[in-house]
Design a protein around this ligand. Structure first.
Ligand SMILES: Nc1ncnc2c1ncn2[C@@H]1O[C@H](COP(=O)(O)OP(=O)(O)OP(=O)(O)O)[C@@H](O)[C@H]1O
Length: 231
């Protein structure tokens, strides 16, 4: 499957902690993420961007409200159905997770394998993404042997090489120089052309500029929504 999914959030609320420590990170988020559009979530640090991306990415069950993938709530799916859906979601978070004993390439293969996509087509896709993002020569290195920015780009290759229908990237251009950020934008524009559903959080004005739809968050609430997010 390569086309994107329609993701619709209804009154999505996420609270962390319990008792006196209970805090609302996301409040009543209503919005959608649609195929062939780059949807950007931005706002100050702590405004709930990562929380929203995790909830949309099926990694954090909302306290209230719903996420719908083509009309179905992943948090109510049977395990097998949820695992199949997760194979079609490529996520890269701010602090990338790698197995430290493995090379970058082995880490990429690990992700492909766990998605049932360890084949030539996906290996080639990984190589071409690595080339596009300027890290192909580093694939034989271990995570500790490359810079933070290089690791960030490797993590984006890792999440995209399985050719997911839904792409969720948390601050993909953070800590990157202008040239690397531009390459990430080009990758995102290519994914948009392919009709993927693209969800990105950022502080980067350039990324906000190329977005089709934007949600600005403040204290866990949407304070401004722009673009056509209708389905
Ligand atoms: N696991 C957690 N337990 C308790 N509180 C949390 C947890 N994760 C996040 N928070 C809190 O929830 C709020 C939203 O955090 P979140 O990481 O979603 O913000 P953000 O907009 O992504 O911030 P940044 O731009 O700094 O990455 C913050 O107040 C944060 O301290």
């Amino acid at each position: 499957m390569s086309e994107g999914w329609n993701i619709v959030c209804e009154n999505l609320t996420v609270r962390y902690g319990a008792g006196e420590n209970r805090a609302t990170a996301l409040m009543d988020f209503n919005g959608s993420f649609i195929p062939g559009k780059i949807t950007v979530v931005f706002g100050p640090s702590g405004s709930g961007k990562t929380t929203l991306l995790k909830a949309v990415g099926t990694l954090l069950q909302p306290t209230e409200g719903r996420v719908n993938y083509n009309g179905k709530d992943p948090y109510k799916m049977l395990r097998k159905e949820l695992l199949d859906l997760r194979r079609e979601i490529g996520i890269s978070f701010q602090h990338p997770l790698f197995v430290s004993q493995l090379t970058l390439w082995e880490n990429i293969e690990l992700v492909l394998n766990s998605s049932g996509k360890l084949d030539e087509r996906h290996r080639e896709l990984a190589y071409s993404l690595a080339e596009q993002l300027g890290i192909k020569k580093l694939l034989s290195k271990k995570p500790s042997e490359v810079s933070g920015g290089e690791l960030k780009r490797a993590s984006i290759v890792m999440s995209l090489s399985k050719d997911p229908s839904v792409v969720i990237l948390d601050e993909p251009t953070a800590y990157l120089d202008e040239e690397s950020s531009k390459k990430i934008l080009e990758v995102l524009e290519g994914l948009r052309e392919k009709g993927k559903t693209i969800v990105v959080s950022t502080h980067d004005p350039e990324l906000i500029r190329v977005a089709d739809v934007t949600y600005r968050l403040r204290y866990g609430r949407v304070v401004e929504a722009r673009g056509d997010s209708g389905i």
